[in-house]
Design a protein. Sequence first.
Length: 319
Amino acid sequence: MTEWALALGGVAGFVFVAGCSSSSSSPGMAAPAADAGDDSGPPPYVGGQLDAFAIAVDGTNVYWTDETSTGAVVKMPIAGGTPVTLASSQNEPYGIAYDKTNVYWTDYGGGTVMSVPIAGGKATTLATGQGAPWSVVVDKQNVYWTTQTGGSVMSVPIGGGTPTTLASAQMSPIGIAVDATSVYWTDDTGGTVMSVPLAGGMPATLASGESRPYNMTVDATSVYWVDNVEPGSVVKVPLAGGTTTTLASGQTDPYGLAIDSTAVYWTNADGTIMSVPLAGGTPKTVISGQDSPQGIAVYSTSLYWTNFGADTLATITPK
């Protein structure tokens, strides 16, 4: 495998726990096995990314947030090169998402939801007065986000407008995901995984009794999330709810989460990047020795992640 630091230069600048419910099944719960090609050890650290946090990747660029009180939203060609700051002087930019035109992010400290053209330009404020906005996702019409202290799940048109409350009175919504019919989120304090129709309506509980369900994603059949405690878990449940399946247990504060057509990938606080087949199996160590890895993204045959403790981004191919 080839593993290298992705972010270069000094730039001041992510579509994100044990105690599953008693109905959980637990296939593939053997101790994680290291990949035969595991490049254990830290990457060649490159400083300057100042608390690199959330990450997203398309076929052209890597996008990330530098999560400080004077943070930034940054992009760089997927093949490597010089980072470009798309927005600076942000107040704790947390979640990040993109579409064909814009990059979107939440300013956790500033209580705002923002966008900026991928090509660069003036940043646009889509929503203000949000209570600690955390994760963000986007579809063809709207931007969706969670507000941790506001206890709500929100949306606003991509071009701006009046924000809509899709769900309120949540204890501490964190992760968020969207598909063609619904918005999904995790409530880490409430221990639940929830959904609501895109058009609004009554929220449905897909899973309960979880221990700090955190970052999440969805595919055509299931909702996936990490339970961000130690020992933590990676869990899935059908889109409509039902019996939860524990894909991996005994993890160390799992945080970032990503999927492709075959596997789930996540970051652990012990510095490991892990994977397990979507259908279950033996968890595998992709690489170890990372420094507080946080956000993770997958594109084609590569994984990309942020090393919060080292202020770097890194990638590994094949994943």
